[in-house]
Design a protein around this ligand. Structure first.
Ligand SMILES: [Zn+2]
Length: 175
């Protein structure tokens, strides 16, 4: 079979090629689906950029503290802009560029929470990874820490959802 004239999948994250039926042999999407998906993604990125501009960093604060001894006894206290900024930083993380730290961590991304997580926070985050595979950090950490991270991710995921709902409401008011 001659593969030389095959069109590569238009999703640049996919190594597949489009087969004679118009579908990618690896991800199974057809070219028009991928084009649609890319335009949806660029709209999403634009919305995130607009959100980023619309909520000031100044005065926004988030405090993450461990109030008890148990692995799940953590709390988040934040003001309204703090929650909004937290959600926005995580939305931005979905598209953040990967930065090189060391070979073992190829998926580290640049996420800045330092301006949000102020004293007297006891929980800080200085490394973020984005991967669709097995996260390399999780593999190295203990089970307890893994549970804490999952709880925090769920809470933060909730913040992202709230930020999106807020943005949708604002957009509905405007149009
Ligand atoms: Zn593909």
């Amino acid at each position: 079979m001659d593969f030389s004239n095959r069109t590569p999948c238009s999703d640049e994250n996919c190594p597949g090629t489009i087969n004679e039926n118009g579908y990618c042999g690896v991800c199974g999407k057809n070219s028009s689906e991928i084009i649609q998906w890319k335009s949806d993604e660029s709209k999403l990125r634009q919305n995130i950029e607009n959100l980023d501009k619309s909520v000031p960093k100044e005065g926004a604060y988030v405090r993450m503290t461990q109030y008890g001894g148990g692995a799940s006894e953590n709390q988040i206290v934040a003001n309204r802009n703090g929650y909004l900024r937290l959600g926005i930083e995580f939305l931005k993380a979905a598209f953040a560029e990967k930065i090189y730290i060391e070979k073992e961590y190829p998926d580290v991304i640049d996420v800045d929470l330092d301006y949000l997580l102020k004293e007297p926070s006891t929980l800080y985050f200085d490394r973020f990874e984005r991967t669709e595979g097995t996260p390399s950090v999780f593999r190295k950490e203990s089970k307890t820490l893994k549970i804490i991270l999952i709880v925090i991710i769920i809470v933060l995921g909730g913040c992202v959802v709230l930020a999106l709902i807020g943005a949708t409401t604002v957009l509905r008011w405007l149009f």
